[in-house]
Write a protein of this length. Structure first.
Length: 302
């Protein structure tokens, strides 16, 4: 099977996962805090900890400082997911996801400051295109008055920065220590984030109430969503064995386009499952922004 199939499995499955996130938020968390939904992601890694420890008995080998930093990466990742879900609670999926492309831009800046990596002219141009694309998609028109979705931009830029910093920490220790050891303590950090949320009374009560009322539906849909997201990550990483990193990353940036395409399709066929705006102006604006963001990421990673 061609490596291209595995490379495209990432953005396709991540786009499906995004719409499932949107469905979960609207169906079960519309009137509750999305922090409760984060708890499902926070604890899913706990199930894998015994298997990782069995596969890699040296998970406790890093020093305390290294373990603390790796766990911080997990906490940052969960914080990024919380920002993302808060944005998704009030905006369309195709408007939210282009902001994820800001993460590579933050990543390159952090890599320059921490690792001394430099950007080429092409990469800087691509970074500018990413910023412009996310600004375009966050502009809306209402009664002929131009407005800027400041809350959306703030949430998703904070999400992008947290993802970039988490990725930087993970990269450093995955190379210096070992991939599975780093993954183990990353999951521990995510679980700590979840425990901290459960210690807040309002979140704990909402979590118990939601599970009690919708146990089967939530466990089924959330479990499927986590598996889909995991499949996308594994497929994209497997493609790295056969193709240059920059090409696989460029293909991964098409997630936004698949989210947009799936959203339009769902709005036409199953309007109850998606509420994408289908006016020509909205379609043209979002399509142009998604293409610009994808082109920018392609330049950055080339």
């Amino acid at each position: 099977m061609s490596w291209l199939v595995f490379a495209f499995s990432g953005p396709v499955l991540w786009a499906i996962s995004t719409h499932l996130d949107k469905y979960l938020v609207e169906q079960y968390f519309k009137h509750s805090d999305v922090a409760v939904l984060v708890l499902f992601t926070a604890f899913i890694g706990v199930l894998l900890l015994p298997f990782i420890a069995f596969y890699d008995p040296d998970v406790a080998s890093p020093d305390a400082g290294s373990i603390a930093l790796i766990m911080l990466a997990g906490i940052l990742y969960m914080g990024a997911m919380l920002f993302y879900l808060r944005a998704l609670q009030s905006e369309e999926a195709s408007v939210v996801t282009p902001f994820f492309q800001a993460a590579p831009l933050f990543g390159y800046v952090l890599a320059y400051l921490v690792l001394g990596e430099t950007l080429s002219t092409r990469q800087m141009a691509g970074g500018a295109m990413i910023v412009v694309g996310t600004l375009i998609v966050s502009v809306h028109f209402e009664r002929n008055v131009r407005g800027f979705k400041l809350r959306l931009a703030a949430l998703m830029l904070a999400c992008g920065f947290a993802l970039a910093l988490s990725g930087l920490i993970f990269k450093v220790f995955a190379i210096r220590v070992e991939f599975w050891t780093t993954t183990f303590w990353l999951f521990v950090g995510e679980a700590i984030f979840g425990v901290a949320l459960l210690m807040i009374g309002s979140y704990r009560r909402q979590f118990i109430a939601v599970l009690r009322v919708n146990t089967t539906a939530l466990l089924t849909i959330s479990g499927s969503n986590e598996l889909i997201d995991l499949g996308g990550g594994l497929g994209s990483r497997y493609a790295l064995l056969f193709a240059p990193l920059s090409i696989v990353q460029a293909i991964g940036s098409t997630t936004t386009l698949f989210v947009f395409a799936f959203g339009v399709g769902l709005s036409l066929v199953f309007p109850r499952l998606a509420r994408e705006t289908l006016s020509f102006r909205e379609l043209a604006q979002k399509g142009a922004a998604a293409l610009l963001v994808a082109a920018g990421v392609a330049l950055v990673t080339s």
